[in-house]
Design a protein around this ligand. Structure first.
Ligand code: PBG
Length: 360
């Protein structure tokens, strides 16, 4: 039954001729045409040409929006391709310099560095040393490319032997407050090495205030904090864990990272981090959480970043490799979606590809 039409939907064309006529049945085609009113508003007026489309475009993506995450592995002689992330490498401590310079030439203005450690222990102490991998890679990149904004991912999972984001208690859960003490040291080490921005990604309670006070007490009051404020316990980090060599031997990150079902909780996380002194906040992953990015931007009006994570990059790359979609076009559409949602910047492994398209 089609509610409201007062007749039974005909089962086939024969039946149609004998059923109760619709109002137009019996009119000629020209009469039917004549009854169509021309639209008053024509949205297509503003879409007629590239010039018109550009004139009314609401959002723009520029190279300044792009942040390139990069991997640096110690004790290797040649850079290693990452199987699950086609086109992405674990750079050597030498090749990272060339890679950052190349990214800069393509137009990328910021990078986020991740270490792939060969000196792991239960606390991730290598990252607390002034001559550890984390400090070295930041110092070397910043010295070679002083104009590049260098962000330090402040976490321990790349430096712990169990792969968790801090030391574990008897049940295998990350110990929050001990991790804060370690984070305070790690942040000072990264800032001393020249990092422009400290980006804590471990979702520990109180991480922003612990880092803020340590930075302030050590002469780094001008170093900004970009908090991974709303980071979800996500399946989309799969390729990263493979790339950074930080797959978990046991357990998961659900006791500190967020439940993908929650949205209000993300607003609370952001509010707390801003209260603790975060200068910028991040939502991660990106594409499956565009609603969160939009809420953060509209509710807090602060610099809001999106992390287009490894799994999102892999989906795009492998779909393109299979011939299912056009990589360049799909990439730009994806990045624009982040801008439309309200992001001020996007961390993406495709930053160089995007920058090349934007400056072509
Ligand atoms: C943790 C960290 C992770 C990512 C960035 N920082 C992994 C995790 O939380 O498990 C994932 C990034 C990506 O998937 O691209 N230091």
């Amino acid at each position: 039954m089609c509610a409201g039409l007062g007749h039974t939907r005909p089962k086939d064309a024969n039946e149609m001729t004998v059923s109760k006529p619709l109002s137009l049945v019996g009119k000629t085609a020209p009469e039917i045409r004549a009854s169509v009113e021309p639209p008053l508003v024509r949205m297509r007026r503003l879409r007629r040409s590239e010039g018109m489309r550009t004139l009314v475009r609401e959002n723009v993506l520029t190279t300044a929006d792009l942040i390139l995450p990069m991997f640096v592995e110690e004790d290797i002689s040649e850079r290693q391709p990452i199987k699950s992330m086609p086109g992405v490498f674990r750079e050597t401590e030498k090749s990272i310099i060339t890679a950052v310079k190349d990214a800069g030439k393509a137009g990328v203005k910021s990078v986020m560095l991740f270490g792939v450690s060969h000196h792991k222990d239960d606390h991730g102490t290598d990252s607390l040393k002034a001559d550890g991998l984390m400090a070295r890679m930041i110092r070397n990149v910043k010295d070679a490319c002083p104009d590049m904004i260098v962000m330090a991912d402040a976490c321990f999972c790349e430096y712990t032997d169990h792969g968790h984001c801090g030391p574990l208690d008897d049940q295998g859960h990350v110990m929050n407050d001990l991790t804060l003490e370690n984070l305070a040291i790690q942040a000072v080490v990264a800032a001393d090495a020249g990092a422009d921005i400290i980006a804590p990604s471990g979702m520990m309670d109180g991480m922003v205030s612990a880092i803020r006070s340590a930075l302030d007490e050590n002469g780094h009051e001008d170093i900004a904090i970009l908090s991974y404020a709303a980071k979800y316990a996500s399946a989309f980090y799969g390729p990263f864990r493979d790339a950074a060599g930080c797959s978990l031997k046991n357990g998961d990150r659900k006791t500190h990272q967020m439940d993908p079902a929650n949205s209000d909780e993300a607003m609370r996380e952001v509010a707390l981090d801003l209260d603790e002194g975060a200068d910028m906040v991040m939502v991660k992953p990106g594409l499956p959480y565009l609603d969160i990015i939009h809420r953060v931007k509209t509710e807090f009006h602060v610099p809001t970043f999106a992390y287009n994570v490894s799994g999102e990059f892999a989906m795009l790359k492998f779909a393109a490799q299979a011939g299912a979609l056009d990589y360049d076009r799909a990439l730009m559409e994806m990045l624009m979606a982040f801008k439309r949602a309200g992001a001020d910047g996007i961390l993406t492994y495709a930053a160089v590809d995007a920058a090349r398209q934007l400056t072509k």
